[in-house]
Design a protein around this ligand. Structure first.
Ligand SMILES: [Cu+2]
Length: 329
């Protein structure tokens, strides 16, 4: 029997030399274990279901990441925590309003989860914010608890957060492409958080194609997270250069409304965006490369770039979260 018939589709691999880049001086913290089974499966659980000790462990690990020096050569990054912001800044203009929006953020959050373990010994899954629980009332969310959460709202004048474990964190990146130390800012908006409600999610879940599902998620629940947290997260000119929102420790709470089981159906479509509105990249920042797609359409061979923090992968390689060894509760 011919085990390799000519009709078999080409394996989804980027040809060598086409751009799998590992930044010098930033060894990957997690080498890919291709076709190995998972040694363990991390369970990602909703923040409001964690015990006090579990919440504390996560918050401590995040502070640890902020206190661990960066080993990358990424622009402006001082800590391991900043490395993720730096990735997000560099990829923002080609990672939003385009087909790679969901898979990019899937790998991005995974990279952060891996760093929490490798750098700070946190072995649990990345918790998530079930935004629908707090929709319309973000200001009252346990997420913003001063003791067992991410701290509360920003001050009226500076918008700097006043309490919680991240009140002292100085963020060296942003707004936008700026490199300048600043506080984490918030201006929580209950009104903007309305579009995280269950009915909005349900509407997105009922979409039957990726081309309908992805913009539904990006515009509704994702937008509610940005607008509901406010300040730099809510400002269209700055939010995507931030933690992932990423100037924000809450930014890794990528909502699992993006179905864990890989809810998207190729083809991806949607083009590449061609720049964020109001998002002017300075001349000394190189334009992010679009790698792996044959034309002006996002495909499964599109390379998701993580700048050596974890190994780059194609979209095809992150389609099934079982391959990434985590699951949702
Ligand atoms: Cu983003």
């Amino acid at each position: 029997m011919d085990t390799n018939p000519p009709s078999e589709p080409a394996p989804l691999r980027i040809p060598s030399g086409s751009g799998r880049r590992i930044s010098p001086g930033s060894p990957g913290i997690h080498e890919r274990r291709q076709s190995e089974t998972c040694s363990s499966v991390k369970k990602r659980r909703a923040w409001h279901t964690l015990s006090d000790d579990e919440k504390r462990a996560y918050l401590d690990a995040e502070v640890c990441l902020m206190n661990t020096p960066s080993t990358s050569d990424l622009r402006g990054s001082k800590s391991k925590f900043d490395d993720f912001q730096a990735i997000h800044v560099l990829q923002s203009e080609i990672a939003h309003f385009v087909g790679q929006f969901l898979p990019f953020h899937r790998l991005f959050v995974y990279a952060h989860e891996q760093a929490l373990e490798a750098e700070c010994g946190y072995t649990e899954g990345q918790p998530y914010w079930a935004e629908e629980v707090d929709a319309g009332a973000f200001s009252k969310s346990v997420i913003f608890d001063a003791d067992l959460g991410f701290g509360g709202d920003g001050a009226p004048d500076t918008q700097c957060i006043q309490d919680g474990p991240f009140a002292d964190y100085m963020n060296p990146l942003g707004p936008g492409y700026t490199i300048e130390d600043h506080c984490i800012q918030r201006q929580i908006s209950d009104r903007a958080s309305n579009s995280a409600q269950e009915s909005v999610l349900e509407n997105c879940r009922n979409k039957t194609t990726f081309m309908e599902f992805w913009p539904c998620i990006e515009g509704g629940p994702h937008g509610a997270g940005h607008g509901g947290v406010g300040a730099q997260e809510g400002d269209p000119e700055t939010r995507h250069a931030e933690i992932g929102g990423n100037n924000e420790a809450t930014g890794f709470f990528g909502a699992p409304q993006t179905p864990g089981g890989g809810g998207f159906t190729p083809p991806f479509g949607g083009g590449f965006g061609g720049g964020m509105p109001g998002f002017a990249r300075p001349d000394d920042v190189p334009a992010p490369e679009i790698i792996g797609d044959p034309g002006n359409e996002t495909t499964l061979t599109h390379l998701l770039e993580m700048y050596g923090v974890v190994e780059d992968r194609t979209i095809a390689e992150v389609m099934d979260i079982a391959e990434l060894c985590y699951e949702y509760d």
